[in-house]
Design a protein around this ligand. Structure first.
Ligand SMILES: Cc1cc2nc3c(=O)[nH]c(=O)nc-3n(C[C@H](O)[C@H](O)[C@H](O)COP(=O)(O)O)c2cc1C
Ligand SMILES: C=C(O[C@@H]1CC(C(=O)O)=C[C@@H](OP(=O)(O)O)[C@H]1O)C(=O)O
Length: 425
């Protein structure tokens, strides 16, 4: 089992994160983590803070001489903005004067769409500062750092993860656009909105400019693609073992995410059954699916084809043309507080989504294969893959129905072996 925890406020001294349960022997350098932290700060439409704040990474535990050692991995990410916030976020009591002016002013005009008002009710505060400090997506830097480590573990097993933007507002990548692989990552990250198709990217940038000019904000969607997965990760046997449920929960836990689709998701719900699933064909190399509508998960388990999940983000709640609200200090009409904000954080949210998927997959793999060292995990994985009998084996490549015969014929000719042990994992 892999466990992870984060702590830290948006304007506190630092974010903290612990990853527990990762096997020993994973090759890891600080640069791997730094690279993903830098990717998370990219993206057209982010606010001023992304330009001046640095993510100061410290690896405190669990790694020695470039290898994980099986102990909990601990890391810190310093907020370089901290010197401006020492009084407002001081752990010790401060003088009341701090709350009179500037950064310390009490935030009594809650923003609709953010955690402000309900957080005040729930935790018993009379202003939103202590709420937004933790509700803020600054915390996603810690998740991305942990995800970068999980990705190193996955890479040791030949599993690769990539994300890209598929929509900004109503500007969408066409349905039939090529699904990227890790080889496309450089091109995706080089694009201002992380869209592969230059024409769609240009329209998305134009839209963000328009939205910014209007004093508004915009959301969108991203897709995460994972290749190299064996079949059978997750399970149909109980609700909390289903991999689709775990991936959906992980993605929905990211600030501002409002919906998750596995594979073709809601598009599938509008199709007839005959056009909604991925028919099986016998190819010379095993059983293959002729389409990728399920997104690589059936019955809560990986099918062995690429995993494809999408997550949709609502527009940023701190709208510059601030929304109507109530000043809870006076009870009167007001506009919501706004100092600065992102106009669009969809490109960055893809990097966070990648991290959450990587952590979830790494956990599910360890659930099935265990391993105190990555070599042990790899041996267990390979033994499982070898144990699947030839007539049940699948290939990740899509079948061409024209040159394949239906899988049923194959099964008829070669029924499952007499002995249970022949196919038992
Ligand atoms: C990468 C990223 C950046 C974000 N930046 C902002 C921002 O600048 N201003 C803002 O109001 N919300 C921002 N959000 C969204 C809020 O954190 C989120 O809406 C808030 O925590 C309320 O949670 P909910 O939207 O899940 O209900 C961002 C989210 C992400 C993932
Ligand atoms: C700091 C980050 O994102 C922040 C997420 C965020 C929010 O409300 O979620 C609000 C903004 O912070 P501030 O109000 O201080 O400008 C973003 O900059 C980051 O991603 O590193």
């Amino acid at each position: 089992m892999l466990r992870w925890l984060t702590a830290g406020e948006s304007h506190g001294p630092e974010l903290l994160a612990i990853l527990e349960g990762l096997p020993a022997g994973v090759r890891l350098s600080l640069d791997h983590v730094r690279a993903d932290l830098a990717r998370r700060k990219l993206g057209y439409g982010r606010g001023a803070r992304m330009k001046f704040e640095q993510d100061e990474l410290h690896l405190s535990a669990g790694v020695r001489h470039g290898l994980t050692i099986g102990s909990p991995i601990g890391l810190r990410i310093g907020n370089t903005e901290w010197p401006k916030w020492t009084e407002v976020m001081s752990p010790d009591p401060v003088d009341d004067a701090v709350f009179e002016t500037g950064r310390g002013q009490r935030l009594t005009r809650p923003r609709p769409g953010h955690a402000d008002l309900t957080g005040m009710q729930k935790y018993g505060f009379d202003e939103a500062r202590p709420v937004l400090e933790r509700a803020s997506a600054r915390e996603t830097a810690a998740r991305v750092a942990l995800g970068a480590i999980a990705k190193r573990f996955l890479a040791e097993l030949g599993i690769e993860t990539v994300s890209h933007t598929i929509a900004i507002g109503e500007v969408e990548v066409p349905d039939d656009a090529r699904v990227p692989t890790l080889a496309d990552l450089e091109a995706i990250d080089a694009d201002p909105v992380r869209i592969l198709d230059p024409e769609t990217s240009a329209r998305a940038v134009e839209l963000i400019d328009e939205i910014r000019k209007d004093g508004d904000t915009i959301g969108g969607s991203t897709e995460v693609v994972v290749t190299g997965l064996p079949s059978g990760i997750g399970s149909y046997a109980h609700w909390d073992r289903r991999l689709d449920a775990k991936v959906a929960a992980a993605l929905m836990s990211i600030q501002a995410m409002k919906g998750v689709e596995i594979g073709d998701g809601f598009r599938t719900t509008r199709r007839r059954g005959s056009a909604a699933h991925d028919p099986l064909y016998a190819t010379g190399d095993g059983i293959a699916r002729s389409s990728d509508r399920a997104g690589g998960i059936e019955g809560g388990m990986t099918t062995g084809t690429r995993l494809r999940v999408r997550v949709g983000m609502k527009p940023i709640a701190t709208v510059p043309h601030a929304l109507h609200t109530v000043d809870v200090a006076t009870g009167g009409d007001a506009t919501a507080h706004h100092q600065r904000s992102d106009v669009c954080a969809v490109p960055a949210s893809g990097v966070v989504a990648e991290a959450m998927v990587a952590l979830t997959i790494a956990d599910a793999l360890l659930d099935k294969f265990g391993g105190d060292s990555v070599g042990e995990t790899r041996r267990n994985l390979e033994a499982y893959v070898r144990s699947i009998p030839a007539h049940l084996r699948t290939t990740p490549e899509l079948a061409d129905p024209a040159s394949a015969r239906p899988a049923e014929a194959e099964v008829d000719e070669s029924p499952m072996g007499d002995s249970l042990s022949e196919w038992r994992v």
